[in-house]
Design a protein around this ligand. Structure first.
Ligand SMILES: NC(=O)c1ccc[n+]([C@@H]2O[C@H](COP(=O)([O-])OP(=O)(O)OC[C@H]3O[C@@H](n4cnc5c(N)ncnc54)[C@H](O)[C@@H]3O)[C@@H](O)[C@H]2O)c1
Ligand SMILES: O=P(O)(O)OC[C@H](O)CO
Length: 335
């Protein structure tokens, strides 16, 4: 008789912990955290108070500080660490994980310096392993509270994606599959940048029409760059594109939107980062997005203004003024 599937999640932040708790319903699941106190709290109290205050985790979820133990019998590896520590973590993983194990990224960022997507980093650091991602409009707290939501497992191989689909699914968490890895993977990092702009608007007290403009024109920017990088246009109107953009721009729980609100309050990037215990990927991703936009000749006025605010070149008020000065061309073109 075959043993049950074993899932390992690396990184016990808000989303890594939430996905591990989802997987624990369907498979033997182990989460790796760096801090012994986090591991103890998950194992003894079934909670992770630093990231998911007041919420209960699945009782079967187990945690460890030992990377060796986490990877020894793992059948599916889920990467819940942020993009800035993704490659370094995979380097530690490489000698410990069995060679056929599929690796699923949860991170919504792009690597600084190389501009790589996370699945590209998986291919570089763990060659031969099937690589994919789980993404969608998924604010961790809402998912852990059992509010209905949906996500996408994107992998080039549909058979492997179908095999992984049930691991994360529940009656209230619908998991679709998509073979467009590039398109599905770019939606998250790109929406994080646009959500900072939406947050700036929120903080400045702009109206709902302005917010709708930022979201809609933001989607146009995301789609233009995403297609230039090899994604399919229709993917950007799905869960990992429009879906995730809407959630992140609208939810007061979004860290990226909160960052934008802080910029509107006059805070600098250093002050904002110092005040957060969680990652807002849009901060670092904004400059990477502008590098890619330059390389591929894609017009991204909203992302450009966000990148300028992040770098401290001007403030949120000037960013919105800058957008107003743009000439409006045909809707399907630039601007
Ligand atoms: N929170 C959400 O709602 C959500 C939803 C979907 C996707 N994501 C994405 O998931 C990724 C992780 O986000 P999160 O919300 O869980 O982040 P978080 O800020 O809540 O936690 C990050 C976790 O990564 C750990 N970490 C950081 N550097 C590490 C390193 N070098 N080695 C090991 N662990 C390290 C931290 O200790 C922490 O446990 C991000 O890319 C984020 O965009 C988040
Ligand atoms: O809190 P944020 O801004 O990192 O967004 C969380 C998720 O990506 C929403 O899907």
């Amino acid at each position: 008789m075959s043993r049950p599937m074993r899932v390992t999640v690396l990184g016990a932040g808000s989303w890594g912990t939430t996905v591990a708790s989802l997987a624990a319903r369907n498979a033997d699941t182990l989460i790796w955290a760096r801090r012994a106190s986090t591991v103890e709290q998950i194992n003894r109290e079934h909670r992770n108070e630093d990231y998911l205050k007041g919420l209960a985790l699945h009782r079967k979820l187990r945690a460890t500080t030992s990377l060796e133990e986490a990877l020894r019998d793992c059948d599916v590896l889920v990467m819940g660490v942020p993009s800035h520590s993704f490659r370094a973590t995979l380097k530690q993983v490489a000698p410990l994980v069995r060679p056929w194990v599929p690796v699923i990224s949860l991170a919504k960022g792009l690597e600084q310096g190389t501009q790589r997507r996370m699945t590209e980093i998986i291919h570089e650091e763990l060659p031969g392993h099937p690589a994919g991602l789980l993404a969608g409009p998924n604010i961790a707290r809402e998912v852990l509270q059992g509010m209905a939501a949906a996500a996408v497992v994107a992998m080039p191989d549909e058979t492997i994606a179908r095999a992984l689909q049930p691991l994360f699914s529940s009656s209230v968490f619908r998991v679709y599959i998509n073979t467009d890895v590039i398109g599905s993977e770019l939606g998250g990092p790109l929406k994080n940048v646009i959500a900072i702009s939406a947050g700036m608007g929120q903080g400045l007290g702009v109206g709902e029409n302005t917010r709708a403009m930022v979201i809609t024109r933001g989607l146009a920017e995301i789609t233009r760059l995403g297609v230039a990088l090899g994604g399919r246009a229709e993917t950007f109107s799905g869960l990992t594109g429009l879906g995730d953009l809407l959630t992140t721009c609208m939810s007061p729980l979004s860290r990226n939107r909160q960052v934008g609100e802080q910029y509107a309050a006059g805070k600098t990037t250093a002050e904002i980062v110092a005040s957060m215990n969680m990652v807002a990927e849009g901060i670092k991703t904004s400059s990477v997005v502008m590098e890619l936009a330059g390389t591929y000749g894609v017009d991204m006025p909203i992302a450009r203004e966000v990148a300028a605010v992040v770098k401290g070149e001007h403030g949120a008020v000037q960013a919105f003024r800058g957008l107003r000065r743009l000439a409006a061309g045909a809707e399907q073109e630039s601007g």
